[in-house]
Design a protein around this ligand. Sequence first.
Ligand code: MF3
Ligand code: CO
Length: 248
Amino acid sequence: MSRVKSRDQIAKMRRAGRVVAEMHEEIRGALRPGVTTAHLDEIARAVLQRRGAKSNFFGYMGYPAAICASVNDEIVHGIPGAYRIRDGDVVAIDCGAVLGGWHGDAAFTAGVGRISEVAASLIEVTERSLLAAIDAMVVGNHMGDVGYAVQQTAERAGFSIVEGYTGHAIGRALHENPDVPNHGRPGRGAKLRPGDVFALEPMVNAGSGQTYALEDGWTVKSADGSLSAHFEHTVAVTSDGPEVLTVP
Ligand code: MF3
Ligand code: CO
């Protein structure tokens, strides 16, 4: 199990989380047809610099950017570049920051311009699955309750949990143990304790949950070409209930 964080440490993580939220806000404001994903990465880097924070993505196992930008059938870990956002795209933006040695990690998915009904539903359901997972982050619950909340929300809508990828504990490192699966059984797995901090990150496909990785070594796509969405927050379990740290 993860090492729990003190109140003081959680306060430090909140500061890192605030930087991530600011990256989200600025990228949301710039998301429109014609903009390149490389430009969105530059926006993120500018926020990090302004806040005296560093990228925890850049250089992670050789990752070459500060954000991940995953479009349409791309699920996660899309590398920003020359691609220009188009009307109707479903764009997942994943951002992280490290500040004073503490990490934040969060993602959102947005439709650009006019998107299909399925796309709108997928985005709404995936965000709702994250909110359900957050609600399950209470003392006395088990890991399985968190994954169950995500799985139930996605599958009831007829969508699939992405196979082979999970959330994770987070703190002094971007990825700490344990993994936080997006599926589970109620009452199973380790008990949640005050000071547990997890990056909850439902990844949901409109079609099957199977994936493949591109030759770039990073980009993960849906095997059947179906749309995918990703939402993520860094969330602490406290005696007063769940606390989302990646907020303004
Ligand atoms: N939120 C993603 C994750 O936890 C961040 C990927 S970091 C990268 O896996 F550096 F690998 F891109
Ligand atoms: Co993460």
